[in-house]
Ligand binder design. Structure first.
Ligand code: SF4
Ligand code: SF4
Length: 334
C-alpha cells in the first residue's frame, strides 16, 4: 500500500463513461487515485484545482471531453486556461507544474484513460511526495461562550462608552459597538453578525477614533478565529485560492521559486542591508492573467529598476514567504 494521493476530477460525460467501462471491466485502477465526479471540466476553478494540494494531494488530474465535444460549449477551453494558469503557479510555488495534468477522453477511450492513469501515478511517484504539510484541523470548542467572554475581556470591549465615533469613522459604516453587543448577547450565529465579522476590513480606523481605545479590529480577528474553529469559515473571494496559497506557504519543505522570473538586467546584492520584499505580487499576474490582465510583476520590476538607477542593489529573501498577516486576519492563529 502507498501513501501517495492523486485526485482525479472527472467530467460526467466522456471521461466518466470511459472510467465506468474500466470499472465494469474490473480494471486495476491504481489505488492512489481518488475520483471526484464533476459536471464539466470547465467548472473546476483555479481555486478548486489548487485545494487538493493544500490538503495533501501529490498530484491532480482534470479530465474533460475533447475540444468541440463539450456539452456546455466552452468547458474544455476554460479547463485549458485554468490548468495552464495553475501549472504556472505550481511552478513558481516550487511544487512543480507536472503535478497537475489536463487530459481529454471520450467514452470509447477507456484503454487510453487506463494508460494515462497508470503513467500519471508512476510519474508522480518518481517526482516524490508533495512538500506541502497540511494544516492540522483545530478541535472545535464546546465552551464557546466562555471563549467569547475571554475575548471581550482581553480587548476591553466593556470600556465602550457608546459614543458612536467608531461608526462615523468606519469606511463600511458598520456599528462596531452594535456588533460587539450582539456577540456579547449570544447572537454570534445570526446572519448579520456573521456577515459583518467577515466583511470588516480590520483597518483599525474605529480604534483611531475611539476615546476608550477599544481595539475593535483585534476583537474581530479573535472572533474570526473562534468562528473558524467552530467550522464557520465565512466566504472567501476568488474561491479561497489566496487563502489556500497562504496556508501552503507555511510548509517548511516547500522550495519556492519566488525570484527566478526576474529579468536578468536587475542587479541584486545578497549582502545589502536594504531588503526588497515582493510579497504575493508575483502570483497575481499568473492567477488573473486570463481575466483581468493585471501586471503586478511590473511594479516589482520597475521598483527594482528605479532602485538600481540610484545605485541601490537590494537583497531579496531567496525563500521569501508571505501572507502570515493575512492568515491572522482570517482567524488562523496557528
Ligand atoms: S476595523 Fe472594521 S469596524 Fe473598524 S473601522 Fe475598520 S472596517 Fe470598520
Ligand atoms: S468609539 Fe469606542 S467608545 Fe465610542 S462607541 Fe465606538 S467602541 Fe464605543
Amino acid at each position: 500500500m502507498t501513501d501517495f494521493k492523486i485526485i482525479l476530477f472527472l467530467c460526467s460525460w466522456g471521461p466518466h463513461a470511459a472510467y465506468q467501462t474500466l470499472q465494469d471491466d474490473a480494471a486495476q485502477i491504481p489505488a492512489e487515485v481518488t475520483m471526484v465526479r464533476i459536471p464539466c471540466s470547465g467548472r473546476i476553478s483555479k481555486a478548486l484545482l489548487f485545494k487538493p494540494f493544500e490538503i495533501g494531494a501529490d498530484g491532480v488530474a482534470l479530465l474533460g471531453c475533447e475540444s468541440g465535444a463539450c456539452r456546455y460549449g466552452t468547458g474544455t477551453e476554460n479547463a485549458q486556461k485554468n490548468v495552464g494558469d495553475m501549472r504556472d503557479i505550481l511552478e513558481r510555488l516550487g511544487l512543480g507544474e507536472e503535478r497537475l495534468r489536463l487530459a481529454n477522453f471520450m467514452p470509447e477511450e477507456s484503454k487510453d484513460l487506463f494508460r494515462f492513469l497508470t503513467d500519471f501515478v508512476s510519474e508522480i511517484k518518481v517526482i516524490g511526495k508533495s512538500p506541502i504539510t497540511p494544516e492540522p484541523k483545530e478541535k472545535s470548542l464546546v465552551k464557546r461562550q466562555e471563549l467569547i467572554n475571554q475575548i471581550v475581556t482581553d480587548h476591553d470591549v466593556y470600556a465602550c462608552q457608546d459614543c458612536g465615533k467608531c461608526s462615523s469613522a468606519c469606511p463600511l459604516t458598520f456599528s462596531p459597538r452594535a456588533m460587539a453587543n450582539a456577540i456579547i448577547a449570544g447572537d454570534i450565529d445570526s446572519p448579520s453578525v456573521q456577515k459583518d465579522v467577515w466583511a470588516c476590513l480590520t483597518c483599525g480606523l474605529c480604534y483611531d477614533r475611539c476615546p476608550s481605545a477599544v481595539k475593535f479590529h483585534e476583537f474581530i480577528r479573535d472572533i474570526r478565529h473562534l468562528l473558524k474553529i467552530s467550522g464557520l469559515n465565512g466566504h472567501d473571494s476568488h474561491g479561497g485560492f489566496f487563502q489556500s496559497l497562504m496556508r501552503t506557504m507555511t510548509s517548511k519543505d516547500l522550495k519556492v521559486k519566488h525570484w527566478e522570473w526576474l529579468p536578468k538586467d536587475i542587479k541584486l546584492d545578497p549582502d545589502n542591508k536594504t531588503l526588497f520584499f515582493a510579497g504575493c505580487a508575483p502570483y497575481y499576474d499568473l492567477f488573473f492573467k486570463n481575466h483581468l490582465g493585471v501586471q503586478t510583476s511590473n511594479i516589482i520590476v520597475d521598483s527594482l529598476r528605479l532602485l538600481n538607477f540610484f545605485d541601490i542593489y537590494p537583497s531579496v529573501l531567496k525563500d521569501e514567504r508571505f501572507f502570515k498577516a493575512g492568515k491572522v486576519e482570517r482567524g488562523c492563529h496557528s
